[in-house]
Design a binder for this molecule. Structure first.
Ligand SMILES: Nc1ncnc2c1ncn2[C@@H]1O[C@H](COP(=O)(O)OP(=O)(O)OP(=O)(O)O)[C@@H](O)[C@H]1O
Ligand SMILES: [Mg+2]
Length: 499
């Protein structure tokens, strides 16, 4: 007696189809699970046995049950196969009879509690995507994962609280209530939110943040303690352009796999903003672990990675950021193979200039190596706003975050038009070739830039960065071509970290 059910494994962000084969042979009443399962998979045996017994089923008396998770060369982790294994055992035992043809169109995912309840699992969204891609029309998941699976159009989602509900639906005793796709969640209210209008003065810094949001540029803010750097970074959140539907799904997949998807938010609709502390480990920042999971740089995908107190980060940590900043993804290699997570984020960094730090300027320079600084398009000095100006309550007609956001959104739309048919989304991502073809400078603009190269000793990299920033400035003002004024403004955002 043999039966087969379909389930899904997650490898990084990719979900692979798994066939759960259950067979019974005469024997002494044991269960074996084969096919490279981790401890949680092995523990399935106990959970499944108890869950079935507590629901009145007699399991494996006088037979040996073998569960094979195929393909055998793929490592399988976690308790997600419990439901498929339990149903397979019930079928080979003859406790329930389900049409094989019907089974072929269903994928099963879910952890069992000892009484047969279905528990929330990770990585349901990637599984739902894979299910659809394999032409399987229905997915059965724990209720807590239902809204997440329902994000994928064209997939019937059966969300259940208990294995008995699943059995009842499979036997046709109960009709499944298909979950409608969730309406997009409102922008979550954030206590941490700072409106641009509440930041007094700081026009230069605010303008730099606007450019950073518009072109996805990395930015470094340097300034004395109390100058308002952390405050400005928090205000940056409010001027980030909304995510497209496609980007939302991408980001949600990462949070699903990391088990960080809030219960009331099946779809992440606003850009992530991740604050990383300098004591955080390299693994927590870039990702890793025995079964590689996403780190902060991937949780910041399509959003912001905020490194406050940049000079305090260990140089090895800053070093590992360089490659993902360039590639916009991270590959984690393990003996069993490698997995890749997306890591397309805007880096916002803040630091005190070396003269305020305990260490010598030289030490700080060594730590924040030139190659890292080379990936930062905008560097600004943040000067403290005088106390008497801070005390003033009137905001002098200061622009709100929404006013700035409107310009950012318009500038992004211009970029989307420009980069149609490419994988580029924002000006920051342009390579030298794109800069040459998409960012022509007129003579006066070019002359100014060449003079600056001469005077400031700009490297080839800085030269290209300045053009990219000038392109974003032009996009913000709605200009088709980069003019001399745009280049002049771009040159203001390249202060040295020592000032
Ligand atoms: N321009 C400003 N408008 C309103 N409040 C401000 C401004 N600048 C600073 N503040 C207030 O001053 C305090 C210190 O600012 P913040 O923490 O951002 O400084 P910082 O530059 O990050 O300092 P540190 O280098 O010590 O981390 C904040 O509580 C903030 O509310
Ligand atoms: Mg600070």
């Amino acid at each position: 007696m043999l039966t087969q059910l379909t389930s899904f494994a997650t490898v990084g962000l990719i979900s692979e189809r798994i066939t759960v084969e259950v067979g019974a042979t005469p024997g002494e009443g044991k269960i074996f699970i084969v096919g490279l399962g981790d401890t949680a998979v092995q523990e399935s045996k106990q959970r499944v046995m108890l869950a079935l017994r507590s629901n009145g089923y007699r399991v494996s008396t006088g037979r040996t049950i073998t569960v094979n998770l195929a393909p055998a060369d793929l490592r399988k982790a976690g308790p997600r196969y419990d439901l498929a294994i339990a149903l397979g055992i019930l079928m080979v035992n003859g406790s329930i009879k389900i049409d094989e043809e019907k089974l072929r169109h269903i994928g099963f995912l879910g952890e069992l509690s000892l009484d047969g309840g279905l528990r929330h699992i990770t990585g349901v969204l990637p599984a739902a995507i894979a299910c659809r891609a394999h032409g399987i029309s229905t997915i059965v998941v724990p209720s807590a994962n239902g809204p997440e699976a329902a994000l994928i159009p064209g997939l019937t989602v059966i969300a259940a609280d208990h294995i008995q509900d699943v059995i009842a639906v499979l036997l046709g005793e109960k009709t499944a209530s298909n979950i409608p796709p969730p309406a997009s969640s409102p922008r979550s209210v954030n206590n941490d939110f700072v409106d641009f209008a509440d930041v007094r003065g700081q026009e230069h810094a605010k303008r730099a943040l606007e450019i950073a949001a518009a072109g996805g540029h990395n930015i470094l803010m340097c300034g004395a303690p109390g100058a308002g750097k952390t405050l400005l970074a928090r205000a940056f959140r409010g001027i980030l352009p909304p995510l497209s539907r496609e980007e939302s799904i991408e980001v949600t997949q990462i949070y699903s796999v990391a088990n960080l998807l809030p219960a009331d938010t099946p779809l992440i609709t606003h850009r992530p903003f991740r604050i990383v502390h300098h004591t955080a480990s390299g693994v927590s920042i870039v990702g890793g672990g025995q079964i590689p999971g996403p780190g902060e740089i991937s949780l910041a995908h399509k959003g912001v990675l905020f490194l406050d107190e940049l000079a305090e980060f260990p140089s090895q940590v800053l070093e590992v950021l360089r490659q993902p900043l360039e590639d916009r993804h991270i590959t984690i290699t393990r003996a069993q193979g490698s997995v890749t997570f997306p890591a397309d984020f805007t880096m916002v960094a803040a630091m005190n200039p070396p003269r305020f730090s305990a260490g010598s300027a030289e030490r700080i320079h060594r730590r924040i190596s030139a190659p890292l600084l080379d990936r930062i398009d905008l560097t600004i000095n943040v000067q403290p706003v005088p106390i008497e100006d801070l005390k003033r309550t009137a905001t002098n007609g200061s622009e709100s975050s929404n006013d700035v956001l409107a310009r950012v959104v318009a500038a992004r739309a211009r970029q989307a038009e420009r980069f149609k048919g490419t994988t580029i989304r924002a000006n920051r991502e342009m390579g030298v070739k794109h800069i040459d073809t998409l960012c022509p400078l007129n003579d006066t603009a070019h002359q100014l830039l060449l003079q600056a190269v001469d005077r400031l000793g700009l490297s080839a990299r800085s030269y290209h960065r300045t053009i990219k920033v000038a392109r974003t400035i032009a996009d913000l003002s709605g200009a088709k071509n980069i003019e001399v004024g745009h280049v002049a403004e771009a040159l203001q955002f390249r202060q040295s970290i020592d000032e």
